[in-house]
Design a protein around this ligand. Structure first.
Ligand SMILES: Cc1cc2nc3c(=O)[nH]c(=O)nc-3n(C[C@H](O)[C@H](O)[C@H](O)COP(=O)(O)OP(=O)(O)OC[C@H]3O[C@@H](n4cnc5c(N)ncnc54)[C@H](O)[C@@H]3O)c2cc1C
Ligand code: SF4
Length: 469
């Protein structure tokens, strides 16, 4: 049995940093079987305890190595409605793979790569397809879902399978949430997200795009006038935070959210074949070091910037982005300015950014997040040339729905308050994903969606049984 996991074939760094094709090419059949063969099929499978949606990991791997692909995808789909997405973007190194016993003395099973392989194989071979829904079967009740990210899509799939009529209202012109507008094509091809959404439509889920809830309808109107029995809010954390430093309003300064939306959703990388250009200079600097920052930096490189740097106030150890993405970024030529903090963006007389004034930092005691907090080193100011600056220091919830929904409480940061079953303080209104937790992960949004779907079902059943309650 090989000790090491099988490497993932990839486009060479010097080629891929000029195109938007997927970086990781995926295992072939033979490699997937060989990697599955390394699994010890532990009785007490620790890997499973690391999975936020509790996938029966040994079982899907066993089915795979027995070449029973239909059963393998069925095991995955019973807990995770988006396995081709999660196999690509979940932080497995800090979840299931971190717990795998093989990691104690060598390398853990490549669980994420196997999940991706099974999901891609099933899609290509048309295994485990959603059955087309008959309209009359959707008679258990009507549920409105606001937002079509992983949380909303999960609720929609689960409730539709239980027999509810589900309508998703999405503010943007394409459904998918961050999976469509945030995570770039080279990490998560959009065809995969669209395929998953087409499966939901087959189940009978209706999707209405360009519908900004809070404006087109309020949550109250959906419940009281539009005849929905319950509403789920999964509107994510799409409101960008800024540094509030001088020069942030110069031309050439973007929020990562706007930058990535233009690149992904508007396909600006195909300009002039699409109508939306995205101006990227020769020297781009991205502020922040999470997945969003690394995605923005790698996108800027692909859009033609010669030099792209990431500016981060802590050290590499504290960087929140996935390890694999950080390694990929380095290979692609992204330079990391660590322990560096921008204090000002400098512009020319035409109002365009030309440089950032930064200071050097050192690490002090751990803060509330457990990470060592950065402190400025006095008189360490220096200039970093940058004609494009992308701010990627975090996102918060959009206040529109919390402020237009009576009786539904939000916390100080503006996140909707919901219990572990997704119940908010307003009867019939449920919420989950980033709008509740703040910016988190795809799988945690899906986990919240699963819990909320169950809870919505129980709520509607109990209302039907006790109509006067
Ligand atoms: C660039 C980027 C990279 C990321 N990389 C990773 C990664 O590698 N791995 C990982 O696990 N996580 C990653 N994440 C985080 C992950 O994508 C999110 O945690 C997840 O998408 C949250 O899901 P959600 O369903 O709560 O919200 P979202 O995906 O944000 O979807 C919310 C949807 O609601 C819609 N909406 C908002 N307001 C309204 C309204 N008023 N009316 C109607 N619709 C509305 C929005 O348009 C959006 O489509 C990344 C995030 C970003 C931004
Ligand atoms: S812990 Fe590792 S070896 Fe054991 S069942 Fe899970 S993936 Fe296989």
């Amino acid at each position: 049995m090989p000790v090491d996991r099988h490497p993932m074939p990839e486009q060479p760094a010097g080629v891929r940093n000029k195109n938007f094709d997927e970086v990781a090419l995926g295992y072939d059949l033979e490699t997937a079987f060989a990697e599955a063969g390394r699994c010890l099929q532990c009785q007490n499978a620790l890997c499973q305890t690391g999975c936020p949606v509790n996938i029966d990991i040994p079982r899907f791997i066993k089915n795979l190595r027995e070449k029973d692909m239909a059963s393998s995808i069925a095991v995955l789909k019973s807990k995770n409605s988006l396995p081709a997405v999660c196999g690509r973007v979940c932080p497995q190194e800090s979840q299931c793979e971190e717990k795998c016993v093989l990691g104690r003395r060598g390398q853990p099973i490549a669980i994420g790569r196997l999940e991706r392989f099974v999901a891609d194989y099933a899609r290509e071979q048309q295994l485990g397809l959603a059955p087309a829904a008959a309209a009359e079967e959707k008679n258990r009740g009507k549920v409105a879902i606001v937002g079509s990210g992983p949380a909303g899509l999960t609720v929609a799939g689960d409730l539709s399978r239980m027999g509810y009529g589900v309508t998703i209202f999405e503010a943007l012109h394409e459904p998918g949430g961050v999976l469509m507008y945030g995570i770039p094509q080279f990490r998560l091809p959009k065809e995969i997200v669209q395929y998953e959404i087409s499966q939901l439509k087959l189940l009978g889920v209706k999707i209405e795009v360009n519908m900004v809830i809070g404006r087109s309808y309020t949550i109250g109107e959906l419940l009281e006038e539009e005849g929905f029995d319950a509403v789920f809010i999964g509107t994510g954390a799409g409101l960008p935070h800024f540094m509030n430093i001088p020069g942030e309003n110069l031309n050439g300064v973007y929020s990562a959210n706007e930058f990535l939306t233009r690149a992904n959703l508007m396909r600006s990388y195909k300009f002039p074949f699409v109508a939306t250009p995205l101006v990227v200079g020769k020297k781009a600097a991205v502020i922040g070091a999470g997945n969003v920052a690394v995605d923005a930096a790698r996108t800027a490189k692909r859009l033609g910037a010669d030099a792209v740097s990431i500016v981060y106030r802590r050290s590499e150890k504290e960087m929140p982005a996935r390890n694999e993405e950080i390694e990929h970024a380095k290979e692609e030529g992204i330079v990391f300015h660590l322990l560096t903090y921008p204090v000002k963006i400098i512009g020319n007389d035409k109002g365009w950014a030309t440089a950032m004034e930064c200071v050097r930092m050192e690490l002090g005691e751990p803060d509330a997040s457990g990470r060592r907090s950065p402190k400025e080193i006095k008189n360490s100011n220096f200039l970093l040339d940058a004609d494009t600056v992308i701010v990627a220091i975090g996102q918060g919830p959009n206040p529109l729905i919390p402020t237009t929904t009576k009786g539904m409480d939000a916390n100080k940061r503006g996140n909707i308050i919901a219990d572990e079953n997704g119940r908010t303080t307003r009867d019939g209104v449920f919420a989950g994903g980033d709008i509740v937790t703040g910016a988190a992960t795809v799988i945690s949004a899906m986990g919240a969606g699963k819990a909320a779907a169950k809870s919505i079902h129980e709520y509607i059943m109990s209302k039907r049984a006790n109509p006067d309650k």
